[in-house]
Design a protein around this ligand. Structure first.
Ligand SMILES: [Zn+2]
Ligand SMILES: [Zn+2]
Length: 165
């Protein structure tokens, strides 16, 4: 388990979507080109300073990236990402674990619940951390991948999905 001190904490979608802790200690990445801080090639500029972090500069994530038969150049290419964080039955199980410890999950829409559980699963997988709130920085590339998997559907019919709540 990591003993690195995180420079700040960040709480993706744990309460209100888009409301995140402000970072203090990174250089001003919002005014930089993404290529100046991203070396995996899959990050993009995120709306708050705190979110502009690459998988390759996040030690617990780098450790997981080395934990594959063939090293991957970005965490979004890790073969474990889909089964652990994107598979709906894995998220269903993650919800049960969450509920047993903390009670109901508050996110209202199915997609928000998916994203929240995916972030939690990612953090527990890489950091070994399980608290009620997510308190580490998830790299931008991974956040974007999870958002792409579970976009808001605005109530449109999307076919069968296992119950999450
Ligand atoms: Zn990157
Ligand atoms: Zn990456």
């Amino acid at each position: 388990m990591s003993s690195e001190i995180q420079p700040y904490v960040f709480d993706p979608e744990s309460e209100e979507e888009g409301e995140m802790a402000q970072a203090q200690s990174l250089p001003d990445r919002l005014s930089m080109n993404v290529s100046e801080w991203c070396t995996c090639g899959n990050c993009a500029r995120m709306p708050t300073e705190a979110e502009n972090v690459c998988c390759k500069e996040t030690p617990p994530v780098v450790r997981r990236m080395g934990d594959t038969g063939t090293p991957v150049s970005c965490m979004t290419l890790h073969p474990g990402l889909e089964p652990v964080c994107l598979n709906l039955y894995s998220l269903q199980n993650a919800l049960n674990i969450y509920r047993a410890d903390y009670g109901p999950l508050r996110q209202r829409t199915y997609e928000r619940r998916c994203r929240h559980l995916a972030y939690r699963s990612f953090v527990s997988w890489c950091w070994g951390y399980l608290g009620r709130k997510v308190r580490v920085i998830i790299p931008a590339c991974v956040v974007l991948r999870i958002r792409r998997e579970f976009p808001d559907t605005e109530g449109q019919y999307v076919g069968f999905r296992p119950a999450l709540g």
